[in-house]
Design a protein around this ligand. Structure first.
Ligand code: NAD
Ligand code: MG
Length: 405
């Protein structure tokens, strides 16, 4: 029997890349959970309406109040057409966190929101006792200690192909048997380029990812390798290791999703064709396996898996993340906030591609940067984050290509 009878699911970010794939998994394996509630930003009212008609959640939250009316009218029309009562609808960030915290033990919350706005819903889900399937890696980057302290053992499962791979490789391995983790990176669309060759890169070029189809922010982050930088931090918190025991290796085929090297010199890997439904289904159904969830590798055909070091000179993001993790406190929240601001500016033509990581480095190096101690809690972190956004924006007022003072 797959799933727990009566298990409910709250899906945060249902209209995104992870969210739509999660609903696809749920359609194919309805026994996994019953959809209780959806939360969305609100930019795609027609898609929300389709999701409501197909999955009939009891609750719907639109985080952006300005978009709530459009979503409500699309959902109302679709509910009438489908002959259903329709969900109870609420709006605003507080309502998202409330929905995230509304379930309990035996239920699941999948947090597939993009950005540090996912932190409060993550904490609310953990406080409720429900399982947290965490795609929103920014929660862990920004509030790592808070999130880890709030999570009971086994309560939080990663939905990120690398971390899902490591979690699977670690089944049956004790923590003291781990030598180091090996996180794989596709290298993104600009693998092999030099800094000079990246100076004039456009958003469209950055969005052409070679192996994965994902949302706009994570795709841009994959091109700058900021995504891998965030994933190093995510791995440190998920698996309780310092950053110097998390190695990154470029593996352009995205087949080996990550590895664990043990103290006896053995390396364990998880491999499958790139398909996020694998990671999503793994986290939702754990410890069960969903038969036929995603295509398996076909070893009757010749294939080549290659591994190469990261060019850290062209892509400095991982080094910045390592330093931020070593420092601790609010440094990781600053790194993430500066990146979120820079990515928005990149799409608006206000900063160049290389300017994204330049900006992160400059904001981190700002002598007036406030430090948040662990004791400062979530409010202290959010204050540091707000400072970082202001500092980033102040540097982003110049012409595109110049994020430096
Ligand atoms: P996306 O941009 O495609 O989707 C984001 C979703 O969140 C949308 O439904 C949007 O409406 C919703 N949303 C935005 N702000 C919200 C808020 N305040 N409250 C509720 N909902 C809100 O993003 P994505 O690519 O699906 O990625 C989601 C998260 O998963 C990110 O943290 C990303 O790093 C992580 N992730 C994604 C992939 C992938 O393959 N896409 C892989 C690994 C990890
Ligand atoms: Mg990943």
């Amino acid at each position: 029997m797959i799933g727990t009878p009566g298990r409910r699911l709250v899906l945060l970010g249902s209209t995104g890349s992870i969210g739509t794939q999660a609903l696809d998994v749920l359609t194919r394996y309805p026994e996994v959970a019953q959809l209780h509630g959806l939360a969305v930003g609100g930019s795609r009212p027609e898609l929300v309406a389709e999701q409501v008609a197909a999955h009939r959640p009891a609750h719907l939250v639109v985080s952006d109040p300005d978009r709530a009316e459009a979503v409500e009218s699309a959902v109302g029309a679709a509910s009438r057409d489908a002959g259903i009562a329709g969900p109870r609808i609420a709006a605003g960030a507080d309502a998202v966190a409330e929905l995230a915290g509304s379930l309990g033990g035996g239920d699941v919350v999948l947090n597939a929101i993009t950005g540090s706005v996912g932190l409060l819903p993550t904490l609310a889900a953990l406080a409720s006792g429900a399982r947290l399937a965490l795609a929103n890696k920014e929660s862990l980057v920004v509030g790592g200690h808070l999130v880890i302290d709030a999570a009971a053992p086994g309560q939080m499962l990663p939905v990120d192909s690398e971390h899902t791979a490591i979690a699977q490789a670690l089944a049956g391995v004790r923590h003291d048997q781990i030598d180091h983790l090996v996180v794989t990176a596709s290298g993104g669309p600009f693998r092999g380029r030099t800094r000079d060759e990246l100076a004039a890169v456009t958003p469209d070029q950055a969005l052409a990812h070679p192996t994965w189809s994902m949302g706009r922010v994570i795709t841009t982050n994959s091109a700058t390798l900021v995504n891998k930088a965030l994933e190093v931090i995510e791995a440190c918190f998920q698996f309780d290791l310092p950053e110097d025991r998390v190695q990154v290796v470029v593996h352009p085929q995205s087949i080996v999703h990550s590895m664990v090297t043990l103290v006896d010199g053995s390396t364990l890997a998880q491999a499958s064709p790139p398909d996020m439904r694998h990671a999503i289904g793994w986290a939702l159904a754990h410890p069960e396996k969903l038969p036929g969830l995603a295509a398996a590798l076909d070893f009757s055909r010749t294939q080549e898996w290659t591994f190469e070091p990261v060019d850290e000179e062209t892509f400095p993001a991982i080094g910045l993340a390592r330093a931020a993790h070593r420092e601790g406190g609010g440094a990781m929240a600053v790194l993430n906030a500066a990146n979120e601001e820079a990515v928005d500016a990149f799409f608006e033509g206000r900063v160049s591609f290389l300017g994204i990581t330049d900006l992160i480095r400059d904001v981190l190096a700002d002598p007036s940067r406030p430090r948040a101690e662990k004791a400062a809690g979530v409010d202290g972190l959010l204050a540091v984050e707000a400072w970082a956004r202001t500092a980033a924006r102040a540097r982003l007022t110049g012409p595109a290509g110049d994020a430096r003072e």
